[in-house]
Design a protein around this ligand. Structure first.
Ligand SMILES: *[C@@H]1O[C@H](CO)[C@@H](O)[C@H](O)[C@H]1NC(C)=O
Ligand SMILES: *[C@@H]1O[C@H](CO)[C@@H](O)[C@H](O)[C@H]1NC(C)=O
Ligand SMILES: *[C@@H]1O[C@H](CO)[C@@H](O)[C@H](O)[C@H]1NC(C)=O
Length: 347
């Protein structure tokens, strides 16, 4: 390896010699990669043969889609490592210990199992910002995750239970994806996550809305669960929630207390593909309401406007109600005033 490097350096002494340049190109060809011309500066900081470390972006290491079964050596200068779409089944403790500059680790679409993941694989990575572990075989949230992580993706694994300490102290975590797992209950695992903006729990086995969510939460995705009811104070407890998606659950009107969604702040509410017979009362500030594929059989304008006059009308822009038991003739004439901002109403 070192000889090859020195040869390249020698070849670079005078770039105007086409013969020398072609020697460099030949070497590049031979090694089937684009070697950085400035590589000489990093004699000791090599790139593993399985990967590419481009000259234009020397802090990145690309090792994705190569049938790898293990993690190659990650030099300490690397900040971004791409290991997705391989066949990595496990990672031993220590593998990333020298790679303390890492900011992103992309490990999605591998075959990682929790039993083959060391307890401290990621624990020394004090600068880690993104960790993508979706589409693996994990049955647990990896332990001892760095507290610096902002974006954690664990979707499409086999996680059934979340330990209450799983995300302890992760005060910078802003986005958490746990969709398509086997989660039945989250307990208070998210409680202290004071930066959490987006929580994705789609396609799990939740029977209830999780409690003890962080107050800052903006977007909550709960589609494709088994949720039947919603606590009355749910939205008043989370005043920052703007997007709530509850499509494809088992919600009935009996399970939704009267003013549950009559809270300002909410911008988008998706209740499609449930078992509603009536339109729940929503806040006048709501802009997008999705109610398609329920069993709604009346168009109750009072669900949107308790009073209709010049000054009091709904902010609703999009209302989707197709796949219910109503048609255009069921919409009362006063809807023109109450829903005056609506750009599209699907019936
Ligand atoms: C980390 O670096 C030290 C010193 O350079 C070396 O001895 C050790 O083998 C490295 N660890 C790994 C896991 O590569
Ligand atoms: C919705 O809440 C507002 C403000 O709290 C209240 O004035 C209004 O009557 C409520 N709407 C219904 C239909 O209960
Ligand atoms: C109607 O809107 C006006 C102006 O925003 C407000 O002062 C009034 O309280 C509203 N009335 C009702 C019944 O919501």
């Amino acid at each position: 390896m070192r000889m090859v490097v020195l040869l390249i350096v020698a070849g670079l002494v005078d770039l105007s010699f086409p013969q020398r340049l072609s020697a460099v190109q030949w070497l590049n060809y031979l090694r089937n990669r684009h070697r950085p011309l400035m590589w000489a500066e990093r004699l000791d900081d090599e790139c593993p043969l399985e990967c590419d470390c481009p000259a234009s972006f020397p802090v990145a290491m690309y090792c994705h889609s190569r049938n790898l079964q293990h993690i190659p050596y990650v030099p300490s200068r690397i900040k971004y490592v791409y290991l997705q779409r391989n066949q990595i089944t496990g990672i031993q403790d220590g593998v990333f210990d020298n790679a303390t500059s890492l900011i992103w680790i992309m490990l999605h679409q591998n075959q990682l199992s929790s039993d083959r993941l060391g307890k401290n694989v990621f624990s020394k990575l004090k600068n880690l910002d993104r960790l993508y572990l979706d589409n693996n075989e994990l049955t647990r949230v990896p332990p001892n995750l760095p507290k610096s992580i902002k974006d954690l993706r664990l979707g499409h694994n086999k996680i059934a239970k979340i330990q209450s300490s799983a995300f302890e102290g992760m005060y910078d975590l802003a986005t958490l994806h746990l969709q398509a797992n086997h989660i039945e209950d989250v307990g208070g695992a998210f409680k202290g996550l004071k930066s959490l903006n987006v929580l994705d729990l789609r396609k799990n086995k939740l029977k209830k809305i999780p409690y003890n969510l962080p107050e800052i939460l903006h977007q909550l995705y709960l589609e494709f669960n088994h949720i039947e009811s919603i606590p009355a104070d749910f939205l008043t407890m989370y005043p920052n929630l703007q997007f709530v998606r509850l499509a494809h659950n088992k919600l009935t009107n009996e399970g939704i207390p009267p003013n549950t969604f009559n809270v300002s702040g909410l911008v988008e509410l998706d209740l499609s593909h449930n078992k509603l017979k009536k339109i729940p009362t929503v806040s006048k500030s709501l802009e997008n309401l999705y109610l398609q594929a329920n069993q709604i059989n009346e168009f109750s304008l009072s669900s949107f406007c308790d009073v209709v006059d010049m000054m009091n009308y709904s902010q609703l822009k999009v209302l989707r109600m197709e796949g219910n038991k109503i048609s255009a003739k069921d919409v009362p004439a006063k809807a023109v005033y109450c829903l005056r901002l609506a750009v599209s109403i699907h019936l």
